[in-house]
Design a protein around this ligand. Structure first.
Ligand SMILES: [Zn+2]
Length: 243
């Protein structure tokens, strides 16, 4: 594990959150882990922005996304996006396309030990991208004692089985802006064309015209989960094959 210590130290909680928006007396922390710089925002940017009003929220980007563009530009975009959402950001700098399962297990384990989060939100294990799969599997292995472990969806997610749909309508404009901040990906990946209609579809049909994010539940202390989602309009849904 020692060989990865510098990765955490070099990214030690940057002062990129807006001054005065957090109260450090809050010990409750939520960690959202994505393989690449835009993953956490795409999958959970809305819930993160809502939770950041009450809790400490830390985004982790496992890689700098160098296979999808200039890593320095992507790092700046990642920081701007996180600031727009009001969350902290940590980048591990693991190789894009080669995020190792064991590396990820160790780094997530160190993060959990350091931050003692009440909830971790990470990729869904079935995904056509190997980095997403490894981050998801690593989270499952390293978060067995974290009270809440949720999975978010990505454009490459396969056979997603959501158990929660969370109303993010109130923060959608901020999520949209935070996605646009990943400017280098707007023409390359066009992922906003996935996120925009998906948020409407996830609200269908109960909340027509509103916007939702969907999550699968690996395990959850429901009391703490309600703390994470407090202020959101969340509902449990039956899993159906069409969703
Ligand atoms: Zn990704």
């Amino acid at each position: 594990m020692a060989q990865y210590e510098h990765l955490i130290k070099d990214n030690a909680w940057p002062a990129n959150r807006a001054a005065g928006t957090h109260d450090d007396s809050h010990s409750e922390t939520v960690v959202v882990i994505g393989a690449h710089p835009d993953d956490a925002c795409l999958g959970a940017g809305g819930v993160a922005a809502q939770a950041a009003n009450r809790l400490r929220v830390v985004f982790v980007s496992a890689s700098r996304g160098e296979r999808g563009g200039d890593p320095w530009i992507r790092e700046v975009e990642d920081r701007v996006s996180a600031e727009l959402l009001g969350v902290e950001l940590v980048q591990w700098g693991l190789p894009d396309g080669d995020v190792g399962l064991q590396q990820a297990i160790e780094l997530i384990g160190e993060t959990v030990a350091s931050l003692n989060p009440i909830a971790v939100v990470a990729h869904w294990p079935l995904d056509s991208h190997q980095d997403h799969r490894n981050v998801a599997q690593a989270a499952i292995a390293a978060c067995r004692q974290v009270p809440v472990l949720l999975h978010f969806e990505s454009p490459s997610t396969l056979d997603f089985e959501p158990a929660l749909e969370v109303d993010i309508s109130d923060v959608w404009p901020r999520k949209f802006e935070a996605l646009v901040a990943h400017e280098s990906q707007m023409t390359r990946g066009r992922f906003i064309e996935w996120a925009d209609p998906l948020s409407l579809w996830r609200a269908w049909p109960r909340y027509k015209g509103r916007r939702c994010e969907a999550f699968a539940v690996n395990h959850a202390d429901w009391g703490l989960l309600s703390q994470v989602l407090s202020g959101s309009r969340a509902l449990s849904i039956p899993v159906s094959n069409s969703r």
